[in-house]
Design a protein around this ligand. Structure first.
Ligand code: F6P
Length: 343
């Protein structure tokens, strides 16, 4: 078979491990030809390809980023986008497509599969871990580890200077990274999109903690955290092709307010894209490899319109349409675990 592979949306550690697994099993076991599309859906719209062979995919398991490049192109928003996608797939004689992505890239895959009948298998990817149909996406574990290491480092400097450290992590709709890294790093406050915060309450908690003898505090803020209505004003931002505003910077507002209201010296660190960079953790390498193998297996079983998913320790196939229908927000019980250690 000639099998196309693309990854779209934000890059994340483990993408190359998926590509390597698809190529190794596709070419090595089935004699497939694997055709990579450059820069997500943009490469399919524009016919930008890269032949992938076992020789090219050696050494990829530990490499961060993606050798294919990525973009946030949405063919449904591009003039003739879908027609051009189908033309390219025909011209390149692609028999099936493996699309690696989050809600946006896989949303396009699901709609394209439904409307055109093209055989597609999805692989869930996002450091945000916010896809409902899978227990975990690869990239998340690496991002949590990077954030935890950063919190550990910020703690020693915070202690030395008697400071409040505000640490911002990614997490657009869901605060999984903030919550996991907050628990692992022993954060004193965690702010997530799921629970709008009241800055006055946050300041009161920090003041109480310091009255009880603490000389520093660590506040972890997910970039998508929002203040309770009427408590703070935020600036509006530009949107991408999927209608998402560019986030990043809420922690500056939080830092300023904490400093002004409590009088404690406060600093901010925005980890942002650092969380998406570098080598994947062993966990993410294994998960990405298992996802890649399950995707190529699904193609050879002729099962399409599905996404590979982790359920417990098993890899299953779930409906692609269902997988992108709803986002997975943080389990409030997990936030309660984090809260035990606040104050
Ligand atoms: O891929 C998801 C994500 O990492 C979000 O957490 C974040 O809001 C967004 O990507 C940032 O995207 P960009 O790389 O386009 O700035």
């Amino acid at each position: 078979m000639r099998i196309g592979v693309l990854n779209g949306g934000g890059d994340c550690p483990g993408l190359n491990a998926v590509i390597r697994a698809v190529v190794r099993k596709g070419e090595g076991v089935h004699g497939d030809q694997i055709v990579g599309f450059r820069h997500g859906w943009r490469g399919v719209v524009e016919g930008e390809t890269l032949e992938l062979t076992i020789a090219d995919s050696r050494g990829l398991i530990q490499r961060g980023g993606t050798i294919l490049g990525t973009s946030r192109t949405n063919p449904f928003q591009t003039p003739d986008g879908v027609a051009r996608v189908l033309d390219t797939l025909r011209e390149e004689r692609i028999d099936a497509l493996i699309a690696i992505g989050g809600e946006d890239t896989l949303g396009v895959a699901a709609r394209l599969g439904d409307e055109s009948g093209f055989p597609i298998v999805g692989v869930p990817k996002t450091i945000d871990n916010d896809l409902a149909a899978t227990d975990f996406t690869f990239g998340f574990h690496t991002a949590v580890q990077i954030a935890t290491d950063a919190i550990d480092r910020l703690r020693t400097t915070a202690e030395s200077h008697d400071r409040v450290m505000v640490v911002e992590v990614m997490g657009r709709h869901a605060g999984w990274i903030a919550t996991y890294a907050g628990i692992a790093g022993g954060a004193d406050i965690v702010l997530v999109p799921e629970q709008p915060f009241d800055i006055a309450e946050i300041c009161a908690e920090i003041e109480l903690r310091h009255r009880h003898g603490a000389n520093f505090s660590i506040v972890v803020v997910a970039e998508g955290a929002v203040p309770k209505e009427g408590t703070l004003t935020l600036q509006s931002r530009e949107e991408d092709e999927f209608g998402h505003v560019r986030l990043g910077g809420i922690s500056n507002v939080v830092q300023e307010e904490i400093g002004r209201r409590t009088g404690f010296e406060t600093r901010v660190t925005i980890l942002g894209h650092v969380l998406r960079g570098g080598t994947p953790t062993a966990y993410d390498r294994v998960l990405a490899t298992r996802f890649g193998i399950a995707a190529i297996d699904a193609v050879h079983e002729g099962t399409f319109g599905v996404m590979v998913a982790l359920h417990g320790v098993r890899i299953d196939l779930v409906s692609l349409g269902d997988a992108v229908r709803e986002l997975k927000t943080v389990d409030l019980g997990l936030l309660d675990v984090a809260r035990v250690f606040f104050g």
